[in-house]
Design a protein around this ligand. Structure first.
Ligand SMILES: NC(=O)c1ccc[n+]([C@@H]2O[C@H](COP(=O)([O-])OP(=O)(O)OC[C@H]3O[C@@H](n4cnc5c(N)ncnc54)[C@H](O)[C@@H]3O)[C@@H](O)[C@H]2O)c1
Length: 332
């Protein structure tokens, strides 16, 4: 039985990773400061003797060091997540992402523990490539636009992880997640699918930014977390970066329409200009499609869930949370 440490383990993705590892018979410790995560995400694991939950900050270095020393594998997911959080609280978010990763990597190196660093497709920035390959250029916007602080903080995390591999032969692997969705994700920080599903369930207008022609590829969290386990447990992935997501592309307009259809909602769609939704100068990416060939070569990855599966799961999950008198019934 291996011992796994998950930073950010009470978050959306971290809690699903904890579920998977516990179901595999492993031992899991999580550390989470509940800044965006919720204890309810892992409450069902609390009675399991192979699960331990510590509510604290990875910046509490003494504690983080002890936890890493006691683990066989480290998954570093704790971060200030998403562009909106970085725009609203840039100092806190940048410091959290860069310093937290530095502490975790330094201690993983001290005790020679294999570590997986979670990054994001945001690091491709304004690149206009048709598909994004791991070794392609990252095209950042200016530092005067705080929007780029998230991508840049994650890019620094990547540089640091790869530097530890190159200089100190620490077994590090970097995973760039594209949009990941599923039960437990909240819309509080601007995540598009939970936000639109909640609006649909309340029969409110679905707010689509811009003209809705921008597209994204959404992966189910249940396709994503097994790949994290697969990529960390092996020496041949050390020092490499992997894209992880799907290539099923959908425009945000079509996404909103599909959510209305699948939820049986009476909602309509409202288009909100970017200048009303974000500070002046905000730039959104038209498309973001991952090249998955490296991931497939190493793992044989084939996502099992299509977009409709994801939407049905999120609708079902959020329906339990939306007040019953306001909710609509799930459609076909
Ligand atoms: N969800 C996506 O689509 C997506 C896409 C790209 C990258 N990511 C990355 O995946 C990781 C997990 O994101 P998520 O979607 O599950 O979001 P999340 O907000 O649910 O998870 C992040 C967790 O980290 C915790 N946390 C933050 N700072 C911490 C600190 N200093 N100490 C302890 N805990 C801390 C939060 O409380 C939260 O539980 C993040 O690193 C994020 O950047 C997510």
């Amino acid at each position: 039985m291996a011992k796994h440490l998950i930073t950010g383990g009470a978050g959306f993705i971290g809690s699903h990773l904890a579920d998977l590892l516990i179901n595999n018979g492993e031992s899991v410790t999580i550390i989470d400061n509940l800044s965006t995560g919720r204890f309810t995400n892992v409450a069902h694991l609390e009675r399991n003797e192979r699960f331990k939950c510590i509510i604290d900050n990875v910046s509490n270095e003494h504690l983080t060091e002890e936890m890493i020393r006691g683990a066989d594998y480290v998954y570093h997911l704790a971060a200030s997540v998403g562009v909106r959080l970085v725009i609203e609280r840039p100092t806190e978010a940048i410091i959290n992402n860069v310093m937290g990763t530095e502490i975790v990597l330094r201690n993983a190196c001290r005790y020679r523990k294999p570590i997986l660093i979670i990054s994001t497709s945001e690091v491709y920035g304004k690149s206009r490539e048709r598909v994004f390959s791991e070794d392609a250029d990252c095209v950042m916007g200016p530092t005067s636009r705080s929007r780029w602080g998230y991508a840049t903080s994650k890019a620094i995390d990547e540089f640091l992880a790869l530097a530890y591999f190159q200089e100190k032969q620490l077994q590090t692997v970097v995973v760039r997640l594209f949009n990941t969705v599923g039960p437990r994700q909240t819309g509080h920080y601007g995540m598009v699918i939970p936000t639109l599903v909640r609006q649909a369930l309340l029969n409110q207008p679905l707010t689509v930014f811009g003209d809705g022609t921008q597209s994204r590829c959404f992966a189910h969290v249940w396709d994503v977390v097994p790949m994290l386990v697969d990529l960390l447990g092996r020496p041949d992935t050390a020092g490499l970066v992997f894209n992880l997501g799907t290539q099923e592309e959908v425009s945000i307009k079509r996404l909103a329409e599909r959510i209305i259809e699948l939820s049986g909602s009476k909602s309509t769609i409202t288009y909100v200009p970017y200048k009303e939704a974000y500070p002046p100068g905000f730039e959104d990416m038209e498309r973001r499609v991952p090249d998955l060939s490296r991931l497939k070569r190493f793992t044989g990855y084939e996502p099992k869930h299509q977009l409709d599966d994801i939407l049905r799961d999120v609708i079902r999950h959020l329906q339990e949370k939306v007040p019953q008198q306001d909710a609509v019934a799930i459609g076909a």
